[in-house]
Design a protein around this ligand. Sequence first.
Ligand code: SAM
Ligand code: SF4
Length: 456
Amino acid sequence: MSSTTNEAPIAPIPLSRKPPGEPSGEPSGTGGAGAPGAGKTACIRTFGCQMNVHDSDRMRRMIQDAGYAEVQRYEEADLVILNTCYVRENAVDRVRGHLGELSRLRREGRVKKVALTGCIGAAEESRSLQKTYNIDLVLGTHNTYELAEFVGLPTMRETYTPELPGTEGEHSAFVTIMTGCNYQCSYCIVPTVRGRMTCRPLESVVGEIEDLVAGGTRYVTLLGQTVDAWRHEGRRFCDLLEAVSEVAPRVWFTTSHPSNMEDRTLRAIGERETIVKRLHLPVQSGSDRMLRLMHRGYKADRYRRKISVFREAAPEGTLSTDIIVGHPGETEEDHEQTLRLVEDCEFDSAYIFKFSPRRGTEAADLPGVVPDAVVQRRFLEVLRGVEQNALRRNQRKVGKTEEIFVRHGATADGKAIGETWSGHAVHVDTDAAPGTYVRAAVQSAGPHVLYAQTVD
Ligand code: SAM
Ligand code: SF4
């Protein structure tokens, strides 16, 4: 099923980010008064996963380098970029809604240009959308750099590669270590829109992270569709993770595939101080029959075994997963097995998806479509199982004092959003800046979040 490596040895070229050790000031490459987009505005809307958030970061640099000012409302934008997700049909419906609104704003002369990028841009369907909504520019996931030309910059393919660091606020950064996917899961459109796996060299990843850390980054998330499938010149994901954990003050990674997850990596999560003890390992189903139909490449008991290694390595850690309900052919017995697996693994959280047929995938043409009402019931049953376990596990944290990394500063209600080293999301009463740590005692817990109060 998987996995050959297709290398892309392109060194990162920091652009708008201040190179470490340089005096602060206007970052090099950022558009000034003479830039092609000077005086113009652009709005970027991102749909979907962290990969898309990261892609939007790269596009943000392009528009900034071209001199555009970023705005948050369509009404104020000369150029609107919709960076999209194609994984489920409801994601496409949402984008259609936005495109409809943009057509109206364009007729009223408030928006001038619209670009559609990301996974929908890479799919067949983008052609009909382009016609229907008169979209000016459609880009897939492999030619995002062409946006540079569209906004008046020279096309510099090597300058805007996925290797560029993306930022999530000032103190956290996404770092793409691989793109694409070599699996062919029955239901999934990702291999079609993102292509086959390409892994970055270890030195390039570590070098980029050293630069980021020197520039103030405190939290690095390694990104890829199957990060743990990363391999390069005889080295495997755990080697990369260990190397990164030596240079980054805090590191997490997503998304992993159970077939690639090595015990060594699970143990490293427990042993290495700088790795957040949080594992996201999508299982999709608890039924071996469904896992085979989905071409996942593992059985439910193998997944359970991996989880027991993780729980032993990081007893306080958090575990999340993805589950699809209502894949064609899913019987009541298959569903029961998923509920059993949910009980056995005691997930701390889960993304539960109702199966959505994607044209061009194998599952879209499979017989045994599950009626909507049955899908809805199964969805709620899985959700209930996950939430009961999550609540029980979260409540064990009440009364404990934790070191919390502040991710987002306090909002109007005085609560900041942070994360424990065990990977729990926490609402905490502090005005500490994002990127810093506070100590706080957990007062109460819900199924999704802990509530804590700072202590001296
Ligand atoms: N690469 C990851 C893996 O294999 O676990 C997941 C990537 S995918 C973008 C995120 C999640 O979307 C999947 O784990 C799956 O649960 C869900 N998903 C993908 N295609 C779907 C579909 N056609 N219908 C419903 N859920 C889907
Ligand atoms: Fe690849 Fe994940 Fe999609 Fe499977 S679900 S094809 S592993 S991206």
